[in-house]
Write a protein that binds this ligand. Structure first.
Ligand code: ADP
Ligand code: MG
Length: 232
C-alpha cells in the first residue's frame, strides 16, 4: 500500500460520514448520528460538548481504533472503511500521534522506552532515536523520570508522557483526547502553545477539550451533543 501522504492531491485530510450505535436485543442506542465532518490539512480543530456526547468515540473513529461504525471515512485519500486492519495500522503508524484520555502507556516499558516506540515504527536508527527522545524528555522536563515505569508516575506525569509520545515522531496528524485534563494550568498552557507551534509548522490537530481557553488555540470548534454535530 502507498502510505506516502505527500502524493495525495485531495484538499481534505479526513472526511468522515458516519453513524454509530450499540445494539442490545431489538433496540439500538445511538452514539453518533449523521456525523459529517471534513478536516483540511493544517487545521487545529477542537471537539467540545457535554460528557457522554460522543467526543471520545468520534476521536477513536478518526484514529482508526474503533471500526464498529457504519459509513465512509476517507483519510489521506484512502478509503478507511474498506481497508484491511494491517493497512490501517500502517497508515496510523506512519502519520498519527494519539493522546489517549486514559494515557495508555505501556506498563512494562520505561518512560524512555515508551517514547521510543513510535520512532521504531518509522525505522529510525538507534542513535537518532536516542537523540530525539533525549530532546523530547528535555522539552517536557521529564529527564529525571526516563527510567521509571508508568505506575511510578502521577496521573499528570503520565499524561505528559502521553503527549510526548504523540509528538515524538513528528506526525502529520495529532489526535488528542483531553490532553491537559490532568495537568496544572501552566503545564496545560505549555502543551497548547506546543500544539499551536506544531500546527503553525503544518501538523493537523484535532483535540477534545472541555476548556474554552484550550479551544481558543485552535481555528475551529466541532460542537457535539447526544451524538449530533450541533455546529462545526
Ligand atoms: N462500545 C460502546 N458500548 C456501549 N456504549 C458506548 C460504547 N462507546 C460509547 N458508548 C456510549 O456512548 C456515549 C458517548 O461516549 P464517549 O464518546 O466516551 O463520550 P464523551 O467522550 O463525549 O464523554 C456514552 O453514553 C457511552 O456510554
Ligand atoms: Mg471522552
Amino acid at each position: 500500500m502507498d502510505i506516502d501522504a505527500d502524493e495525495h492531491p485531495g484538499d481534505s485530510h479526513a472526511r468522515l460520514k458516519t453513524e454509530m450505535w450499540v445494539e442490545h436485543g431489538v433496540s439500538r442506542t445511538y452514539v453518533l448520528r449523521q456525523v459529517n465532518i471534513d478536516i483540511a490539512p493544517g487545521e487545529f480543530v477542537s471537539i467540545m460538548g457535554p460528557s457522554g456526547a460522543g467526543k471520545s468515540t468520534l476521536l477513536h473513529i478518526l484514529g482508526m481504533h474503533d471500526m464498529a461504525w457504519r459509513g465512509e471515512y476517507w483519510l489521506l485519500d484512502k478509503p478507511i472503511h474498506s481497508l484491511s486492519k494491517k493497512d490501517r495500522m500502517e497508515l496510523y503508524k506512519a502519520h498519527f500521534g494519539f493522546v489517549f484520555q486514559s494515557y495508555h502507556l505501556l506498563d512494562n516499558l520505561t518512560v524512555y522506552e515508551n517514547l521510543e516506540v513510535p520512532l521504531t515504527y518509522r525505522n529510525i536508527k538507534r542513535q537518532e532515536r536516542e537523540s530525539i527522545v533525549a530532546d523530547v524528555l528535555d522539552r517536557f522536563q521529564i529527564v529525571g523520570k526516563k527510567d521509571l515505569f508508568p505506575n511510578q508516575l502521577s496521573g499528570g506525569q503520565q499524561q505528559l508522557v502521553g503527549v510526548a509520545r504523540a509528538i515524538v515522531s513528528n506526525p502529520r496528524i495529532i489526535l488528542a483526547d483531553e490532553p491537559t485534563g490532568n495537568l496544572h494550568s501552566s503545564q496545560g498552557e505549555e502543551i497548547m502553545e506546543l500544539f499551536k507551534k506544531l500546527n503553525a509548522e503544518g501538523t493537523t490537530i484535532v483535540q477534545v477539550t472541555h476548556n474554552e481557553k484550550n479551544a481558543s488555540f485552535g481555528n475551529r470548534i466541532i460542537q457535539l451533543r447526544d451524538g449530533w454535530v450541533e455546529s462545526q
